[in-house]
Write a protein that binds this ligand. Structure first.
Ligand code: PEP
Length: 243
C-alpha cells in the first residue's frame, strides 16, 4: 500500500528565531502512526536547525533543491551529498519556481538522479501553467516532465515521490478541484504502471489548506500534499496532515 505523505515547502522564508518556535510546535504536535509521514523542506542554511530540532521525532526534513553536479566549480550550488550530511530524507526537484528560472526537464532529471545517488528521496514536481491548461496541453506537459525523469532513472523511478502542482494554483489561493487533480493523478498513476512504479506516492500541491485538504485526500490517486504557504503555520500545517 502507498503511504500517506505531507511535505511542507518553506520556500525562502524563515529566520533562526521564528524557525525555533515553528519547529518546536511541529515536534510537539505530531506523533501520528507510521503510515502517515510528515516532512518539511527548509532553506539550505536551516538544515542543521531542522536536524537539531527534529532528530528522534516522527517528522522528516529535506532540501528545496540540489545541484545536478556532484562537486567542483559551481559557485552557489549545493550538492545532494552535502544536504544528505544534514540528515535529510527528501529533496524537492523541479519546483515550478525553479523551472521558471530556466531549469529544464533534462536538468530536473539529473537532479532527481543526484538526489537518489546521495540516498535522498527526490520529490519531483510536475505541473502545467495556466496557458498550457487553457491550450489543452496539461496531459502532454505533465507526461513530458515525468517521462524525462523516468527515462533517466529507469527502475529507480520506484524510489521517488511525485508532486503534481499546477503552476496556476501555487501561491494563488486557487486550488485545483479534487476532480481536476484526480484526473492528472490518474494519468500519472497509469504512466507509472503496475510494476516498479506502482508504489510511488503522488502528492498534490497548490494552495492546499486545512479546509480543502480532506476533499483532495479523498481522491483515490492522491496520496498526500506538497504544501507551501500553509506550512509556515504549525496549526494549519498539522491540520492538513491530519485531514
Ligand atoms: C509550493 O510551493 O509547492 C506550493 C504548493 O505552494 P502553496 O501551497 O503556497 O500554493
Amino acid at each position: 500500500m502507498r503511504g500517506k505523505l505531507v511535505v511542507g515547502n518553506w520556500k525562502m522564508n524563515g529566520g533562526l528565531r521564528p524557525n525555533d518556535a515553528l519547529l518546536a510546535e511541529l515536534r510537539a504536535g505530531w506523533a501520528e502512526p507510521a503510515d502517515r509521514q510528515l516532512a518539511i523542506c527548509v532553506p539550505h542554511p536551516y538544515l542543521w536547525q531542522a536536524q537539531a530540532a527534529l532528530s528522534g521525532s516522527a517528522i522528516a526534513w529535506g532540501a528545496q533543491d540540489v545541484s545536478e553536479y556532484a562537486s567542483g566549480a559551481h559557485t552557489g550550488e549545493v550538492s545532494a551529498a552535502m544536504v544528505a550530511e544534514f540528515g535529510c530524507r527528501y529533496a524537492l526537484v523541479g519546483h515550478s519556481e525553479r523551472r521558471a528560472r530556466g531549469e529544464d526537464d533534462a536538468v530536473v532529471a539529473l537532479k532527481a538522479a543526484a538526489a537518489l545517488g546521495a540516498g535522498l528521496t527526490p520529490v519531483v514536481c510536475v505541473g502545467e501553467t495556466l496557458a498550457e491548461r487553457e491550450a489543452g496541453s496539461t496531459d502532454a506537459v505533465v507526461l513530458r516532465q515525468f517521462d524525462a525523469v523516468a527515462a533517466r532513472l529507469g527502475d529507480r523511478v520506484s524510489a521517488i515521490v511525485i508532486a503534481y502542482e499546477p503552476v496556476w494554483a501555487i501561491g494563488t489561493g486557487r486550488t485545483a478541484s479534487p476532480s481536476q487533480a484526480q484526473t492528472v493523478h490518474r494519468l500519472l498513476r497509469e504512466r507509472l504502471g503496475r510494476g516498479a512504479g506502482a508504489g510511488v506516492p503522488l502528492l498534490y500541491g497548490g494552495s492546499v489548506k486545512s479546509d480543502n485538504a480532506k476533499a483532495l485526500f479523498a481522491c483515490p490517486d492522491i496520496d498526500g500534499a506538497l504544501v507551501g504557504g500553509a506550512s509556515l503555520k504549525a496549526d494549519e500545517f498539522l491540520a492538513i496532515a491530519r485531514a
